[in-house]
Design a protein around this ligand. Sequence first.
Ligand SMILES: [Zn+2]
Ligand SMILES: [Zn+2]
Length: 361
Amino acid sequence: MAGTITHLSSNSAELGEFAERILGLHGAEVEPVPGGSKVLLPTDLARRLEVPEWFALRWEDHDPTASDLEPSVRLHLGSALLERLFALNQERPVLVGATARVGYLKQSGFDRLLGETFHFPEARIASLHPAATTARYLWLGCRYVATSDEQREGLFRVFLGLDGALFTEEDQRRALFAIDLEYKKPALGGMEIEAILPLLEPRLRPIVERHVATFREQMERRLLRDLAGLRDYYRRTHRDMQAGLGRSTLNAELQATRQQKLASLPSDFANKRQDLLKKYTLTVTMRCCAALVLDLPVVKVAVALQRGRENLKQELTYQPLLKGFEPLRCRACGTATTVIAHCRQGHLLCPSCRPTAPCCH
Ligand SMILES: [Zn+2]
Ligand SMILES: [Zn+2]
C-alpha cells in the first residue's frame, strides 16, 4: 500500500538550522548550543507547536550542555515538531532576507586569479577593470516527497544566482561555512520566489534525482522480483490447466469453461503486470519551504579581450564566499567551462560548442 512506511533522511544540522530560522521568524528566541539550541517561545507559538514555552531543541545525540532537568524536544525528519513547523508556513515558503557580511573583499590580484582560473586560447587579455558592487542570490530550502510502493521524503537546499546559475554542492558547502549573515526584510516577495521556482524545476530535478536514486533502485529491484513471481505463477497455472484438460473425466460443458479460462490467462497476466508497474511507479514532488534572499558584496571584473583585430568583452564575478570567480557557462550548452572561447557575436562558448557555435543558429 502506498505511504505505509515513511523513511526519512537528511543532514540533521541543516534541519536544525531550518527549524531555528522558522522559529526565529515567528518570534522565538533561539540560542545555539552544540547539537541543538535553547528555545524560548511566545505563548501562542508554543501552543500552536504543542511544545513547552522554554525547551532544549536537540537534533544531535550528544549535547554536553544538556541537563536532564530541562524539557527537551528531539528534532528529526518526520518528527511531530517538524511537521508543525512546516504547517506554520503551509501557504508560502518562509522568506528571509539577509546581507552577507564579508570581512575582507579582495581588491587586487584579479589578473593572477584570472590566469589561474580561466584559459582563453583564442584571445589575449588586454585589460581588467574590477568594480565592487552587490549581487543578489537565492538560497532555497526544498522538501521532496517520493512516492512508489513506499514513501521517502527529505530536504535539500540550493544556492543560485538570480540569473539561474546554480552553484555546485561543493561550492555551497564552502559558501555556507564562510557566511556571516545580517538578517533584514527580504528584497523579493513570496510571489516572486514562487514565480522563479517553476523556471528552476529542470535544474532542481537532477538534485532530487540524486537524493532518491537508492530508493528508485530499491523499488525497481522489488518490481523485477514481483514480475518474476507473477510470470512463474501464470506459467504454472497454464501448465496445470492444460494437463487438466487432457483428462477424459471432464464433460463437454466443463471442458468449454476450462478452455475459456485458459484462453483468458494471457490477458489476466497482462492486467496483473500493468497493476504491478503502476504500483511501483515513482512520482516525486517538491516544494520550496524556505528561501533566503541574499545580498552579497562581490567584485565584477570587466575583461577586455583582443582576438586578432577584434575586441571582445567578458564580465567575471569574484565571489568572496567562494574566494574565486563564479563559473562561466557556455551560451549554447549551459555547462560550466574554464576554457573560454567566443563566437562571432561575442557569445561565450565552451570548446565543444566553439566549432559549430549553435548559439547563433
Ligand atoms: Zn557548450
Ligand atoms: Zn553566438
